[in-house]
Design a binder for this molecule. Structure first.
Ligand code: UDP
Ligand code: MN
Length: 522
């Protein structure tokens, strides 16, 4: 394993406090290594803890608890990052960490990693925003612990606010010129903050994110992304966030591995922004509930209203990605949809139709958005069409769509559905699920956002490549969908599998896009 020779950038936070001292010798997870455990050999009590840890967090809390709060990570940056010359005077940042029922070890490892890797002259404070947690360890024990750390304070919401309003509480309380938000299960690495502060010092309307590395949810191994493996943030027409590759055109604009990478959107949890810029941009829509869409709202408006959104490749922070949320959603998952509709109403202009189509035009009550529309007007922002043409042209494929809707098989009456592993299955056509909404384009693609239906000898779903041969289909009046290069038709076999077959006149080869008409206003 690599031993670091480089000296710490500043140790004022570290040397004086025994809790922050470097741990000597070997320990689990050192340098970001994995911690593997054998569940079979555990005692009954340990097993109980192990399963409870997964249940409470949807990550391996048992393993996280074995790793010191202070674990040292490798310096994962590109070598060029060490030669960057930073301004001596940079704005100071408040680091705001919102949490709801976070595990002790992940929360405090986040805090420790900030203290250890941030020169104190750039760190105004760390604010922990407790969003109405119920776990006992987050009450008095947390308060007592935090008292022993420099510059950390806790603020608590009076009711469950949800992540978005919790971040706004932090915004209100923060004293720093810059605000840096982190999730409550992160690990900051060597000199992570300075590249972001520098960019903001150069341009007050710059919003920046670190490269978000992955802390494995099972072993807590630290996986880093660098060079071409760094993804940008994008969005899909069902208004979900996604990571996307940096295409050739974008890559051309990046001259060195330390250059900022323009990103159409951000994942949401980890970013830095000037406090006054965030205020000027109207922070987040206060009508948003719990979680979701706030990252797209802020991304769209940064670009549309005169700012920039970039990833700083010399700044790396690990985040524990998990498959699902452990916590309750006070209003159920419908919050996600309401947030999305508010977002579309305000920021998408005529493109909101693309989203609504994929919701089957079921909008429900999404409240009043007039204040947010006024904000957009007052800020004199660009249109969403401008955003697409200038910031995320990859999404303009949507202009070539002939029809979009669930694709139904005449024999079974069920619809195409991409499973999480990218294989195709059939599902009920009435399921309100954007993954059911295929679009047929003028160039013969059948696609869901950046993924295209393609076929060699079997049918697959791939990232659209513009390769007309394997991704080109023709929909006939008869309902046949012909795969051009193989001259075969889409078929549903007796096992319910979607296959390619010799074209014949049979209902299993007949398909139709269910047209979803916009309901007429009464
Ligand atoms: N969070 C919160 N209140 C909520 C839900 C989440 O403060 O009602 C916090 C959560 O503890 C975490 C951050 O918001 O620090 C982001 O949530 P999460 O990590 O679950 O989202 P993900 O990273 O999985 O998208
Ligand atoms: Mn998270």
């Amino acid at each position: 394993m690599k031993v670091l020779k480089q000296k710490r950038i500043d140790s004022t936070n570290v040397t004086k406090n025994p809790l922050l001292l470097e741990i000597q010798g070997d320990y689990p997870g050192k340098y970001g290594g994995p911690v593997n455990i054998n569940v079979a050999s555990m005692t009954e009590e340990q097993k109980k803890q192990y399963y409870l840890g997964w249940q409470n967090n949807r990550f391996n809390q048992f393993v996280s608890d074995l790793i010191p709060l202070n674990r040292k990570l490798d310096d994962v940056r590109e070598p060029e990052c060490r030669n960057v010359v930073y301004r001596e005077i940079l704005p100071r940042s408040s680091v705001i960490i919102c949490f709801h029922n976070e595990a002790w070890s992940t929360l405090l490892r986040t805090v420790h990693s900030v203290l250890r890797n941030t020169p104190s002259k750039y760190l105004e404070e760390i604010i922990l925003v407790d969003d109405f947690s119920s776990f006992p360890h987050l009450k008095e024990p947390l308060e007592n612990y935090v008292k022993k750390l420099p510059n950390v304070r806790i603020i608590r919401s009076q009711k469950r606010e949800g992540l978005i309003r919790a971040r706004l509480l932090g915004h209100r309380e923060a004293k720093g010129e810059v605000l840096t938000y982190l999730d409550s299960h992160c690990e900051c690495t060597e000199d992570w903050l300075r590249p972001m502060l520098q960019r903001i010092a150069e341009n007050p309307m710059a919003v920046v994110t670190p490269v978000i590395d992955r802390v494995d949810e099972t072993t807590f191994k630290y996986w880093t992304f660098s060079g071409p493996a760094i993804n940008i943030g994008v969005f899909q027409w069902d208004l979900t966030f996604n990571w996307g590759p940096v295409h050739r055109e974008r890559r051309k604009a990046i001259e060195s591995p330390v250059d900022p990478i323009k990103s159409p959107t951000m994942a949401g949890g980890l970013f830095s922004i000037r406090k006054d810029t965030f205020s000027k941009l109207g922070t987040y829509d206060p009508g948003f509930e719990t979680w979701g869409s706030e990252n797209l709202e802020i991304s769209f408006k940064i670009w549309m209203c005169g700012g920039t959104l970039e990833i700083m490749p010399c700044s790396h922070v690990g985040h524990v990605f998990r498959g699902s949320s452990p916590y309750s959603w006070p209003k159920g998952m419908s919050e996600l949809r309401t947030n999305g509709i508010r977002l579309a109403e305000v920021w998408l202009d005529e493109y909101k139709e693309e989203y609504y189509k994929r919701l089957g035009y079921v909008l429900g009550d999404y409240g009043d958005v007039s204040e947010r529309k006024k904000l957009k007007k007052d800020l004199n922002c660009h249109s969403f069409d401008w955003y697409l043409h200038n910031i995320y042209p990859e999404a303009l494929w949507v202009k070539n769509v002939v029809i979009v809707g669930p694709l139904m098989n005449k024999l079974s009456g069920t619809c195409f559905y991409i499973q999480p592993d990218d294989t195709l299955a059939m599902a009920s056509c009435s399921m309100r699920e954007p993954l059911l909404y295929y679009a047929l384009t003028k160039t013969g693609e059948i696609r869901i956002d950046m993924r295209c239906l393609a076929a060699y000898d079997k049918i697959i779903v791939i990232t659209c490549s513009g390769n007309r041969g394997i991704e080109e289909w023709t929909v006939h009046q008869t309902g046949h969908i012909l795969h051009l290069s193989s001259n075969r038709c889409l078929d549903l076999n007796q096992d319910g599998k979607v296959i390619l077959n010799k074209c014949i006149n049979t209902p299993s080869q007949m398909w139709s896009f269910l047209r979803l008409e916009k309901p007429q206003k009464k």
